[in-house]
Structures are given as structure tokens and as C-alpha cells.
Design a protein around this ligand. Structure first.
Ligand code: LLP
Length: 438
């Protein structure tokens, strides 16, 4: 997919760059991001919203993959940005991202984070709970600021990838529940606060969702809520944010829809369900993360050791693992992979790909069909653009890999590989356990 092909040498090429050469230049493990594909996905969202005729913002959920270069790219593509911590906010600010288009999420923003965002002049806070309404108003007041606010509501639609459960969502750490009246109370309370400007509401129903029904149900319930709020409190939502969660194709059998189909389901739903209530339809915001960067990422590993247990299984170990991709260990996520240096060779064996961490749960792929694998081969695991670098760790004091953007035959480093010095950079040895001079 994207700009990936097998070149005449039989090597996997991404963005016009031969992955064998990328290994020579940057080493492995290496995260490779197909820049053209990230741009294409971003444009699919923007184009689909333009088609709808509604006012909109497409806010890239930076939690999926947040670096300075990615923030620049999001800005170039006309996206807004969703951040959930001071670290993501700092990255966006350092990248010079237009602060008015940054939205601050999170269920436990600290006073320091709120202060930092107000000082920066952030576009909007997505307020999650009653404590935050009071805290945010107080800090805004101290600063003589009036801040834009969306209230995160739980519409009672819980999406478990395929399956929708329309109750039970009351028990969630996020947001104000529509069903039990707390969302109504939150609208009332926040619209009474001197230093909050209530723009509207936000709903996010889950992640890696393939079907449109969940989004349609959410729109319908948010619209019904908007109606009761208008009638009883005379409050109008200028903005309705429907969150992220649009699925991507990791494996052959995955069946996500096209980005334009998700957007159309949402915008059609808004037109249908808000028309009777509002003279002017609200501005629609969405927050895709995975579907912008997920399938644009590939992780390149070098194969090292192998262990054949006759009649049972052959393990093949790579030079990374759960430290650069914790998703198989956390969620039993499945991935496809190929030998990047032997893209034309026939399948000859079934192997299971192990990481190099000291724990048996560190397995990247079970039962993968490959040509006969040798030590030194390159393994490319696809669809690792979202929640891989972002969730990488230093477990076993393994260094985080480098990230490169590739496009039209050029490769550019966007995150350096960590050095061994980085590994000990924050360590301090207290005086009393210093080695005594002998
Ligand atoms: N907006 C909100 C409020 C969210 O909580 C999330 C994801 C998004 C937007 C973006 O969702 P996306 O379009 O990327 O599905 N670490 C997990 C995914 C956690 C998603 C958390 N929230 C994984 O690796 O699958």
C-alpha cells in the first residue's frame, strides 16, 4: 500500500527509498514513515469535509505519533491538533504549531498543564469532569482570560471494534454521562462560569472502529442532547466534536471503510439530526490519530538468532520487540510482515517472530509465513505508524529507535536513535553510595 513496492533487486522500497539502504544508513530497528501516505490520509479527511459543505476542523490526535516534524506536517496539511499532556503541548509549541488550532484533552489536566496552555493561548480545552470545570475557571480568572471549552460527554455508545453496546458507558473514567443527567448539569454549570466560553460538546466512542453505526448513534444522541439543552437552558453548541477511532487495515481480513465514508456518515447524521433544532448547523470537528499515520509506518528489524523446536515451532528473534511495539503484548494485536531484503522469494517456512526483551510475552508475530529466514535478513512489519513510537519504552534499557520520513527517494531523520548516553542521562548516584577512593 502507499508508495511501497518491491524493486528490481527484490528489496522493499518505501517512498522511493530502498529499505536495505535505509538499514545501511540508519541502522535497525528503524521506524520508516511514508510521508506521502500521511499527507494523502490527511487530505482525504479535509476533502471529505469540504464535500459536506459543513464548517469543520480535522484535529490530528497527536497521541498516535507526536514529534516536531509530524506537527509541522499536520500544520502544512491544514489539520488542527489534539494534545493530552504538557509533553504533547510542548512538542506542538516547539514546532510552531498555530496555538489557536490546538485542543487540550485529558481527564486529569494538572494546574501546571492548564496554566501552560492558557499562557500559550490554546484554542480550546476539552473539559472532562466537574473538578476540572471549577479548576479551569479559577485558573483562567487568575490569568484574566476567558477560555474556549468543549465538554466531553459519553453518549452511551461503546464501540468494541465491531460491536456496539448502548448502555454501560456510564462506567467510564471519561466525560459527563448524557444518560444520567450529569452532562446536562455540566452544560448548566460551565455556561454560568465567568471565565469559560462554552463552545460545544465532544464525544469519542472508541478506537479501531470499522463500521459507521457507532458514529451515527453518537451523532443522534448528541443531537437529542443538544435539543434538550437548547430548550431547557437556551444554550446552543457552535461546535460538535465526534472524536476519532476510524479503523485501518492491519491484516488481510480487516475491513475498514474509506475515510470519506466515515466522514459522510457523520456529516449526513449531523444534517439529519440537528436540522430540526438549529437554524445554523454546528461546526464539526473530528480527531483521527491511527487513520492518519497508522498504515504509513513500517518498522524495519534485523533478524538475529533463531530457535527451532522440531515439530513444535521455529522462533526467529529480531533486534527490537515490545520496547518499540508493545501492542501485541498489550492488546494481542496482529501484524503482517515480510523479508525486506528478499521481497521476491517464495514462502518456505512458518516462523514466530520474537523480540529481544527478557520475557516470554515479548512476541511480535505468531505463525508468519516467510522464505527460509537467515540471520541478517531484514524483517519489515507494516502498519506500525500509530501507537508504536508513541508507546515505545526503554524496558531492559533498550534504546528507542530512530524515525525517518521517506518521500520521492529521499529519507530524512525526524527522531534520532537514542544513544547509550541517553540511557543514563537522567540517572544520579547519591553521594553516600559513591565509590570511595581506595
Ligand atoms: N480522541 C480521543 C479523545 C481519544 O481518546 C483518542 C484515542 C483519539 C481521539 C484518537 O483515536 P484513533 O483515531 O487513533 O483511534 N493505544 C491504543 C489506542 C488508544 C486510543 C486512545 N484514544 C492502541 O495502540 O490501539
Amino acid at each position: 500500500h502507499g508508495t511501497s513496492t518491491i524493486n528490481t533487486k527484490g528489496h522493499l522500497e518505501i517512498g522511493g527509498c530502498d529499505t536495505v539502504e535505509l538499514k545501511e544508513k540508519y541502522g535497525t530497528p528503524l521506524y520508516i514513515v511514508d510521508e506521502a501516505l500521511v499527507r494523502q490520509r490527511s487530505r482525504e479527511y479535509v476533502e471529505a469535509f469540504k464535500q459536506s459543505g459543513l464548517s469543520f476542523q480535522v484535529a490530528y490526535a497527536s497521541k498516535a505519533f507526536c514529534t516536531l516534524a509530524m506537527c509541522r506536517l499536520a500544520e502544512e496539511e491544514g489539520l488542527s491538533l489534539d494534545v493530552v499532556s504538557e509533553g504533547e503541548l510542548y512538542t506542538a509549541l516547539q514546532a510552531g504549531f498555530p496555538v489557536g488550532r490546538i485542543h487540550f484533552h485529558g481527564n486529569n489536566k494538572t494546574p501546571d498543564e492548564i496554566q501552560m496552555a492558557i499562557t500559550a493561548g490554546i484554542g480550546c480545552f476539552v473539559v472532562d469532569n466537574f473538578t476540572e470545570i471549577h479548576l479551569l475557571n479559577a485558573i483562567a480568572k487568575e490569568n484574566g482570560a476567558k477560555v474556549n471549552v468543549l465538554l466531553r460527554v459519553t453518549p452511551g455508545v461503546e464501540a468494541h471494534t465491531h460491536e456496539y453496546i448502548s448502555t454501560g458507558q456510564t462506567d467510564s473514567k471519561f466525560g459527563f454521562d448524557i444518560g444520567n443527567g450529569s452532562a446536562f448539569e455540566a452544560v448548566k454549570l460551565s455556561s454560568e462560569q465567568s471565565n469559560l466560553n462554552l463552545l460545544g460538546v465532544h464525544s469519542h466512542i472508541g478506537s479501531q472502529i470499522f463500521e459507521v453505526e457507532g458514529f451515527q448513534m453518537a451523532v443522534e444522541r448528541v443531537a437529542a442532547f443538544a435539543k434538550s439543552v437548547k430548550e431547557q437552558l437556551n444554550v446552543i453548541f457552535q461546535v460538535v466534536n465526534l472524536g476519532g477511532g476510524f479503523g485501518i487495515r492491519y491484516m488481510e481480513g480487516d475491513t475498514p471503510l474509506k475515510i470519506s465514508e466515515y466522514v459522510k456518515a457523520i456529516t449526513d447524521g449531523v444534517k439529519q439530526h440537528f436540522a430540526g433544532t438549529y437554524d445554523k448547523l454546528p461546526e464539526i470537528w473530528v480527531e483521527p490519530g491511527r487513520s492518519i499515520v497508522g498504515d504509513a509506518g513500517t518498522t524495519l528489524y534485523t533478524v538475529g538468532t533463531s530457535k527451532d523446536i522440531p515439530g513444535v515451532r521455529k522462533y526467529v528473534a529480531v533486534d527490537g520487540g515490545m520496547t518499540d511495539n508493545p501492542r501485541p503484548a498489550l492488546y494481542e494485536s496482529k501484524y503482517e510482515a515480510m523479508l525486506a531484503n528478499r521481497g521476491k522469494d517464495q514462502v518456505e517456512e512458518t516462523v514466530s517472530v520474537a523480540g529481544k526483551c527478557c520475557e516470554s510475552g515479548d512476541m511480535l508475530i505468531w505463525d508468519l509465513d516467510l522464505p527460509k529466514v537467515n540471520s541478517g535478513d531484514l524483517l519489515a512489519v507494516s502498519c506500525t505508524g500509530a501507537y508504536n513510537y508513541a508507546m515505545a519504552s526503554n524496558y531492559n534499557r533498550i534504546r528507542r529507535p530512530a524515525v525517518v520520513f521517506v518521500k520521492d527517494g529521499s529519507s530524512d531523520l525526524v527522531v534520532k536513535r537514542e544513544s547509550l548516553n541517553d540511557i543514563v542521562a537522567n540517572d544520579v548516584i547519591p553521594e553516600r553510595i559513591q565509590k570511595q577512593p581506595s
